[in-house]
Design a protein around this ligand. Structure first.
Ligand code: ADP
Length: 244
């Protein structure tokens, strides 16, 4: 299980296996953190990026880190531009973190640092963005030793630190009670114990997988779904219920 931490600093100064770049679709550099990473890695980064472009929002691709000697890989992901929140921005942003971690895993990366993707020029409200980041990295922490969220200003750092510790609180829309996550599939003995202790609901092996399966249940037996089969909050809630 990875240590997850929030630090205040410059992403180009991190000593980790991989850093993530908040890139644009051209992968040839830009402003903000993208510009800083390209300056530190040297001109070969833009050449390598151009060969892989375009990278669509929510996707991630890796290049070497070139002149950034203390890092092995740069993973480039393209965040969503904030358009008010109704254009699947949260799903695309969650996908940036998830896809970056999947690419990292494929490269054997054990430690990785992320900037606050989309919170600069792309205008994503910082509190919401760092909480999406925290849910996704917490849900995938088992596959890494260290996941570091790097803030460039103190306000972002404070919000990141809060988000990585925030408990999952999901309330029932019908009765207002706090729900527990529903776990499908054959449970491990630890999951059975968590189920008996009321920290999660065991639902057996019949899964539709089309988004209609319930994800939460409250003490009054109401069940509901957030309509996102990849909702990282459910995955965090299950992992933490089993781990408690
Ligand atoms: P986006 O286009 O995805 O919004 P930006 O680069 O404009 O990307 O900003 C993303 C975040 O990266 C912002 O919070 C910004 O303050 C931060 N940032 C800028 N430079 C650096 C850096 N050198 N190290 C870490 N974070 C940085």
């Amino acid at each position: 299980m990875a240590q997850i931490e929030a630090v205040l600093g410059d992403i180009t100064e991190q000593r980790v296996d991989a850093i993530v770049n908040a890139a644009n679709e051209s992968l040839t550099g830009g402003g903000g953190v993208d510009g800083a990473i390209h300056r530190a890695a040297g001109p070969r980064l833009a050449e390598a990026g151009a060969a892989l472009a375009p990278c669509l929002p929510g996707n991630a691709v890796a290049t070497p880190a070139f002149d950034l000697a203390q890092v092995k890989h740069v993973i480039h992901t393209v965040g969503p531009k904030w358009r008010g929140g109704g254009q699947d921005e949260a799903k695309v942003l969650a996908s940036c973190y998830r896809e970056s971690l999947l690419v990292a895993e494929g490269l054997g990366v054990r430690s990785i640092a992320f900037p606050a993707i989309s919170t600069g020029v792309y205008g994503y409200p910082v509190a919401e963005a760092v909480s999406v980041a925290a849910w996704v990295v917490r849900s995938m922490a088992a596959d890494f030793d260290l996941i570091r969220l790097v803030a460039f200003d103190p306000a972002t750092h404070a919000l990141m630190a809060e988000a990585i510790e925030a408990p999952v609180v999901e309330r029932c829309e019908t009765c207002g009670e706090v729900g527990v996550p529903i776990l499908f599939g054959l449970p491990t003995p630890i999951a059975v114990a968590a189920g008996e202790a009321g920290r999660l609901k065991l639902a057996g092996c019949v899964v539709h997988g089309d988004g209609s399966d319930p994800q939460w249940e409250c003490p009054n037996g109401h069940q509901w779904t957030n309509n996102d089969p990849d909702d990282p909050r459910v995955l965090v809630a299950i992992a933490e219920a089993v781990d408690a």
